[in-house]
Ligand binder design. Structure first.
Ligand SMILES: [Zn+2]
Length: 290
């Protein structure tokens, strides 16, 4: 396995973080919610007896925000990559994204499969695992794949964190991944895709883009390679972002991590359909190659 600084000439090495993120602008839903809260306070001051109506409006508003938070592919809370940009889609490019690693039992075999098919993928890695398996994380980057931010600890209560908690989880992962691999992430994916309205301004401050997916195979809980592959390839077309897991992977009947059974067939299917896998950051750069 290659170490840091050796054989990484092809990797995009940058620990720089953009110094001037654009000013955060709320989505229409979040903007309306902020306006509602200001209006509620003003109404309560002017006419305190209206409190039942004000309370009802606020409860309804929070119900809508909570609903939007529980839908990983929703854009109601802010920008969210559910597909590649139109230019990449027209070039019949797709993105394979692989979450929750690196995992010393699975990731090296995933890397070998990707090499065999000359494919580059996007790995949404957990900061603590990157720190623990630093050599493996560097190997991912050295082979030309992209490592992106999947939070520092992947806690199950991520979507319940406030602005400071979200910032700590995401910024720590930015620093860990940047220091260990020399690649500072450009994308963030929330654990299980669940989030809350505080996430978008935090991502804006860190110059990160939220990425979810077009389709996922539920390969952390589904132990059937056929079923996972079927979900991923149903109506597969240019611009799709596919989600698999090298960390927390379900095991097939033979004990094999599902991703290792699905990936070769998926890569063959993608090639047979005339589609070309690229990384998310290549799509962001408008790159026609990888
Ligand atoms: Zn995850």
């Amino acid at each position: 396995m290659r170490g840091r600084g050796s054989g990484c000439a092809g990797a995009e090495l940058s620990t720089e973080s953009p110094s001037h993120p654009p000013r955060w602008r709320p989505s229409p839903l979040v903007g309306a919610s902020l306006g509602l809260h200001v209006g509620a306070i003003a109404t309560l001051i002017a006419r305190p007896t209206t409190w039942p109506w004000v309370l009802g409006a606020l409860v309804a508003d929070h119900a809508v925000l909570t609903g939007a938070s529980l839908v990983p592919r929703s854009r109601l809370l802010g920008p969210n990559w559910t597909r590649l940009p139109a230019a990449a889609a027209s070039r019949r490019q797709v993105a394979i994204t692989i979450d929750d690693g690196p995992d010393p039992q699975v990731t090296p075999r995933v890397l070998a499969l990707l090499d065999e098919h000359h494919v580059r993928a996007t790995f949404f890695c957990i900061g603590e695992r990157v720190r623990t398996y630093g050599e493996l994380a560097r190997e991912i980057a050295c082979r030309g794949h992209a490592i992106e931010n999947h939070s520092q600890r992947h806690v199950h209560y991520f979507s319940l964190l406030g602005p400071r908690g979200l910032m700590a989880e995401i910024e720590r992962a930015q620093d860990t991944i940047g220091i260990v691999t020399g690649q500072r992430p450009a994308f963030f994916r929330a654990p299980a895709g669940l989030r809350n309205p505080f996430l978008d301004p935090v991502l804006n401050r860190l110059s990160l883009r939220l990425a979810s997916w077009t389709r996922r195979g539920f390969d952390t809980i589904n132990a059937s390679a056929d079923a996972v592959l079927g979900k991923l390839t149903s109506q597969l077309r240019g611009g799709d972002i596919l989600l698999l897991h090298d960390g927390n992977a379900a095991r097939s009947g033979s004990g094999s991590p599902i991703v290792l059974e699905v990936l070769p067939r998926l890569l063959e299917g993608i090639a047979a359909a005339g589609l070309k896998p690229i990384t998310l950051r290549s799509a962001l750069a408008g790159d026609g190659s990888t």
